[in-house]
Design a binder for this molecule. Structure first.
Ligand SMILES: [Zn+2]
Ligand SMILES: [Zn+2]
Length: 240
């Protein structure tokens, strides 16, 4: 059983305080253990450098053996590597999140069957989204939809609009998961399940669209352009 801190040489306390085990018989004292804890805790490079220097300085003061130095240096490297990997993972997650936000922002929807200036490259699948307006929205006294329309049609309209938006958002998420970047032929259905429960559902076809390009030079062709602005090729309009 080691009685002294392998790093600074101080006597190890006997009251079960925090310690840091580097290896069998190589135990760091409370004070050195705290430095390891801080190394793990902080991400700031300056702070990490400071604590690293502090530990190496204690090794020098204590004339620690090469074996202990190696153990301490390895331990610090491990702590740094774990930190670096966590940071990398965080950065990747951030990128993924930004990418999905961008994809969502660029997502296009239409009740029609095409987008001007775009060509549908692929039809993927039917997608849908549902939403239910619960009983909580109107008092139980409301006898029927007719009453609701009669008494607070404006509020009702707002709730329905919001419910449609939410249903559409769910549908868009389903489409994004299929790899779509647009939905065509969007249609809404509103169903009354009971006096106070209204279901809103929406469906459409998930597609992949791309901007039209000149068949001759491949340059992007904007809406309403009849000739390629780059090479002058006549652009055939999509016929549906
Ligand atoms: Zn120590
Ligand atoms: Zn062209």
């Amino acid at each position: 059983m080691a009685k002294c801190c392998c790093i600074c040489g101080r006597k190890l306390g006997i009251f079960g305080e925090e310690r840091y085990k580097l290896a069998e018989e190589y135990i760091a004292c409370y004070s050195c253990a705290q430095i390891f804890r801080k190394l793990k805790e902080f991400d700031d490079k300056k702070i990490i450098d400071k604590y690293e220097k502090e530990l190496l300085g204690r090794l020098d003061e204590n004339n620690a053996s090469q074996e202990v130095r190696n153990l301490v240096e390895n331990e610090i490297e491990n702590i740094k590597r774990v930190k670096y990997e966590a940071e990398k993972k965080k950065e990747l997650e951030k990128q993924r999140k930004e990418q999905s936000i961008r994809k969502r922002n660029e997502f296009m929807v239409t009740t029609g069957y095409n987008f001007e200036g775009y060509t549908i490259k692929k039809y993927l699948n039917l997608v849908h989204g549902e939403n239910v307006l619960g009983t909580g929205m109107f008092s139980e006294a409301s006898a029927s939809i007719a009453d609701i329309f009669g008494t607070s049609s404006e509020e009702f309209g707002k709730k329905i609009s919001k419910a449609k938006e939410d249903a559409q958002e769910k549908m868009i998420i389903n489409a994004l998961m299929l790899g779509a970047n647009a939905i065509i032929g969007i249609d809404f259905d509103i169903t009354t399940f009971s006096n106070n429960i209204i279901g809103v559902s929406t469906n459409g076809t998930a597609v992949i669209i791309d901007t039209n390009v000149c068949p001759n030079c491949g340059k992007k062709v904007l809406e309403n352009e009849s000739f390629c602005t780059s090479c002058g090729t006549k652009i055939e309009k999509e016929t549906k």
